[in-house]
Design a protein around this ligand. Structure first.
Ligand SMILES: Cc1cc2nc3c(=O)[nH]c(=O)nc-3n(C[C@H](O)[C@H](O)[C@H](O)COP(=O)(O)O)c2cc1C
Length: 393
């Protein structure tokens, strides 16, 4: 049944709708988090601990929210974070890319995404392709070259994942592939959310759980779990490996997953263009602190040499303003747009981006700034002990 009013006013409402519309397995995969869920919770809670210090007179009638990230222009300092999530919507990352293009925002595409990069670039020319260190160097190069040929304007390399398993609230079972036997078994789950199933049937497709961007030349696209297995068996990279990858790419290069000041400095040494202070949205080593607590020290240490971004817990435009005030050039968002996609497809993602834009604009207005570049720590009330600086000698 179509929703009476598909528009939603907050990301929290988009999440409630996603929960109602998605089969519990798919919703659970989006919710993610690990172990106690302390990090995933802290990522959002910590934004709430920071206060604003608004000004009363001297507001600006015109405010500029635009900026660039790794040389690519964006209408606001919000980038779609790469997420390897399948089965949310039949148009998947193409719908997200279209929404991002319509709102002038850069699209980060996961190598575990459900749509081929060529289709995603067609929907949005401003794509950063994300890779893990998986497979041998030849496979890594082949995937990277494919992204380059498709027109990716930057590479995001995510290196924080440590295969931590288990959630105290339980993990959903995700099938290896959707063959007839599995579909019969899963029918009650799918039928519990007929609207979700209908979207796929209308598009004459079913979630196929393969990862087309990791397809070898002349071969088949591996399944999600096949690709995950390859990644688990790949020896983790050294700093020299990362440097090699950066040199092979030769263009704008973001290292995602930095939480320590010493790692941020090493990243500068190997010549990255940007880094994202990230704990993988709390899906990785649980009890890693919220990224917004770690951002200021990292931005102070390396922010004059590379672009520092943040991801984790951004649900409001005010969160974006706080991250910028503490030194981020931009933020990446994960779950926020996934909830929007689940709630209302491409329009739902546009809805989320509009919520963030108007919240950011309100913050810039109330703080008496005329541009996002003017946001500064003085715009915030920062509680004692908020800032953390692991790896700062
Ligand atoms: C369901 C899910 C899948 C993700 N998959 C990837 C991925 O494939 N590659 C990656 O670099 N990060 C991945 N991430 C991490 C996001 O890019 C981002 O760091 C995180 O979601 C930010 O936190 P937020 O969801 O609170 O905004 C994933 C996150 C979620 C929630």
């Amino acid at each position: 049944m179509p929703l009476k009013n598909p528009w939603f006013e907050t990301v929290a409402e988009a999440q409630r709708r996603a929960k109602k519309r998605l089969p519990y397995m798919v919703y659970g995969a989006l919710l993610a988090g690990s172990e106690r869920g302390r990090t995933v919770q802290d990522n959002t809670d910590a934004f709430g601990e920071l206060g604003f210090a608004p000004r009363v007179v001297g507001h600006h009638a015109q405010r500029d929210l635009s900026t660039t990230v790794m040389g690519v222009p964006t209408s606001m300092p919000v980038v779609i974070s790469p997420t390897g999530v399948q089965a949310v919507h039949p148009d998947g990352e193409v719908a997200v890319a279209r929404a991002a293009a319509n709102r002038g925002v850069i699209m980060g595409l996961s190598s575990f995404a459900s749509k081929p990069i060529e289709q995603v670039v067609e929907a949005n020319p401003n794509v950063f392709f994300q890779m893990y260190w998986s497979g041998d160097r030849d496979a890594i190069l082949q995937r990277m070259e494919r992204a380059r040929n498709a027109g990716a304007k930057g590479l995001i390399v995510t290196l924080d994942w440590s295969f931590s398993m288990g959630r105290d609230w339980g993990s959903p079972t995700i099938p290896e592939k959707l063959d007839v036997k599995t579909m019969v078994k899963l029918a009650p789950v799918a039928l519990s959310r007929p609207g979700w199933l209908w979207r796929f049937l209308k598009a004459r497709t079913l979630p196929d759980l393969t990862v087309p961007n990791l397809q070898p030349p002349g071969g088949q696209a591996p399944t999600f779990f096949g690709a995950y297995g390859e990644w688990m068996q790949t020896p983790p990279p050294t700093w020299d490996d990362v440097k090699w990858l950066r040199e092979e790419w030769g263009g704008p290069f973001m290292l995602k997953g930095v939480t320590r000041v010493d790692d941020a400095k090493r990243a500068v040494d190997i010549g990255v263009t940007a880094l994202s202070v990230s704990n993988h949205g709390g899906n990785n080593l649980d009890t890693t602190p919220a990224t917004i607590r770690l951002l200021p020290a990292i931005a102070e240490a390396v922010g004059d040499q590379v672009e520092v971004l943040l991801d984790g817990g951004v649900r409001r435009g005010g969160d974006v303003a706080k991250a910028l005030a503490l030194g981020a050039r931009a933020v990446l968002i994960g779950r926020a747009y996934l909830w929007g996609l689940a709630a209302n497809g491409q329009a739902g993602v546009e809805n989320v981006l509009d919520i963030l834009r108007s919240g950011l604009d309100s913050a810039v207005l109330g703080l008496g700034r005329s541009s996002v570049h003017e946001l500064a720590p003085d715009d915030l009330v920062i509680p004692p002990g908020f800032r953390l600086a692991p790896g700062a000698s």
